[in-house]
Write a protein that binds this ligand. Structure first.
Ligand SMILES: [Zn+2]
Length: 290
């Protein structure tokens, strides 16, 4: 029944497109979001990538506060430094806010969607009642690509943040990657993560963050390094055990793709190589990787 299958494909595709255009129509109240072209002059690792940076909180929402220092202000500084580093690495960078401005999570996701981000990285600083706690963390929502991005960005954070650039010890002594439910991660149509760089509530950390921009730069450099590592992941590989299938298209979020059986009209939609829409059998049995 090839035609019935094609009909189902079209329904799935048009559902995806309608979802996309809902995002386009929501411009939200923010006005300071902007995109910036690359500044690299030679071939660079992030050529052709659009990275959306989302400095958390802002405006009426300061986020964590410690001794007058606000998360909103410090994550904007980190984000501005990260933006320039990524542009130098070849990326087009879109930033949800460039000023101290309030944006809802839906505004932030809509901004990322309408600017066609390849990935979204939301920058935060953590907070806890105990002022001795300090570790670095990344969070992902769903899907294999998103988890891989969270792990790729965590690695340089855990390597670089336990020491100052001069080699002195900081109070960072652990790292975590966690799955997290958030409207921002759920509504973004691309791999999206939250970075909780360090704890603003930590007594050593707040002093470091209030002492110029060296700590901000350290966090930004680590995040850039993680994004570059993620971007260099091997391209989609369909192993030799599956010669009869070819990839015929990609779906939303870059996690879904269509496979077609050679010589037939039959195609399947696969999500992250693990989940399958519309009742076909799981394709990870065939060794498909993203
Ligand atoms: Zn936050």
């Amino acid at each position: 029944m090839p035609w019935r299958r094609i009909g189902l494909l079209l329904i799935l595709l048009s559902g995806g497109l309608m979802f996309s255009s809902t995002g386009l129509s929501d411009h939200g109240p923010g006005h300071s979001g902007a995109c910036f072209g690359p500044t690299s002059t030679e071939e660079a690792p992030l050529d052709d990538w659009t990275v959306v940076i989302d400095p958390g909180h802002g405006g009426a929402d300061p986020g964590a506060v410690n001794e007058g220092a606000t998360e909103a202000e410090h994550v904007l500084t980190i984000s501005n430094l990260l933006r320039e580093e990524l542009r130098g690495s070849g990326a087009r960078v879109c930033q949800t806010r460039t000023e101290d401005e309030y944006l809802s999570l839906a505004d932030r996701a809509a901004f990322a969607n309408r600017n066609d981000g390849d990935i979204l990285v939301s920058i935060h600083l953590n907070s806890f009642l105990d002022p001795d706690v300090n570790y670095t963390m990344t969070m992902w929502g769903s899907g294999r690509a998103e988890r891989r991005l969270a792990e790729a960005v965590l690695r340089p954070l855990e390597t670089h943040l336990p020491e100052t650039p001069e080699g002195e010890e900081t109070t960072i002594n652990a790292s975590r990657v966690a799955q997290f439910t958030s409207e921002l991660l759920r509504e973004a149509e691309m791999p999206a993560i939250i970075v909780e760089g360090t704890f603003l509530s930590n007594r050593w950390e707040v002093e470091a963050l209030e002492d110029g921009q060296w700590r901000h730069r350290q966090i930004a450099s680590a995040v850039r390094e993680g994004i570059v590592a993620y971007s260099q992941r091997p391209p989609l590989v369909v192993r030799a055990t599956l010669p009869a299938f070819e990839v015929v298209g990609f779906g939303l979020r870059g996690l879904d793709y269509w496979l077609r059986e050679s010589g037939t009209e039959s195609a399947r939609m696969v999500s992250s190589g693990m989940y399958l829409l519309s009742g076909w059998e799981p394709l990870n049995l065939f060794g498909v990787e993203v």
